[in-house]
Write a protein that binds this ligand. Structure first.
Ligand code: C5P
Length: 222
């Protein structure tokens, strides 16, 4: 790849996993380490892009030479995206965003002495950031989403992915399998990328930097 092939491209990347607070000391989270999104930010900067990284609870350091915004919850991630999205030519949503958040966040620590033997928590749906960004995109903006699925069957996984990209309205969806032994918090990733028509445009397996390069090949300077 030519050095600087992404120069002039302003890229927004989200990475990590959101944490939805239950009370001042507890949260509901997920196993995303942020490695894949951080690798995308890092490779994009190395290829000459001007990169903004919005990181949610990253377990790896943010790369140098990248403007980094630190968030924790899905609501904070949504606000941070809404603020800067229009200033970018392309958006890669690699963050694992909680689909639901606790309806009420307790002011004080939830106490077992009060809750008793069973604790019921009601969850409320979070806004779909990717779908909202795609719906309000600026002209020419490229929007890439991720789908982390535990579906073991390849054909069923592809069917899920096609339905998902139709729902989200983004340009590309990077599909990877996650679970106890694949995907999150691991150095390698195996992916397929589909476009809005549902066509597989790339398939790749390798370390997260090489996956990042395959994803970034979809982002073209105009
Ligand atoms: O629907 P699902 O969570 O599988 O979609 C994954 C994609 O959508 C990822 O790109 C993720 O960053 C994004 N997403 C989002 N807002 C949500 C849930 C997911 O932007 N509330």
């Amino acid at each position: 790849r030519p050095v600087g092939d992404l120069s002039g491209v302003r890229l927004l990347v989200t990475a990590g996993g959101t944490r939805e607070p239950l009370d001042p000391v507890r949260f509901l989270g997920n196993r995303s380490s942020g490695r894949q999104g951080v690798a995308i930010a890092e490779r994009a900067a190395a290829r000459g892009a001007e990169v903004t990284l919005i990181g949610a609870n990253l377990e790896v350091p943010a790369p140098e030479g990248v403007t980094t915004v630190v968030v924790s919850s899905a609501a904070q991630l949504a606000d941070a995206c809404a603020e800067v999205a229009s200033r970018h030519d392309a958006i890669v949503m690699a963050a694992a965003v909680a689909d639901y958040r606790p309806e009420h966040v307790a002011d004080g620590k939830i106490k077992k002495e009060q809750a008793g033997d069973e604790l019921t928590i009601t969850f409320t749906k979070n806004p779909d950031i990717l779908r909202d960004l795609a719906a309000t995109r600026t002209p020419g903006q490229t929007i890439i989403g991720f789908a982390a699925e535990t579906e073991p069957d390849d054909d069923a996984l592809r069917a899920l992915a096609r339905a998902k990209i139709a729902r989200k309205g983004c340009d590309y969806l990077v599909v990877n399998r996650v679970g106890w032994h694949e995907g999150f918090a691991r150095p390698d990733n195996r992916i397929e990328i589909i476009d809005a028509a549902g066509t597989i445009v790339a398939a790749h397996s390798g370390d997260k930097a090489s996956v990042a390069d395959v994803v970034l090949d979809l982002v073209r300077p105009d």
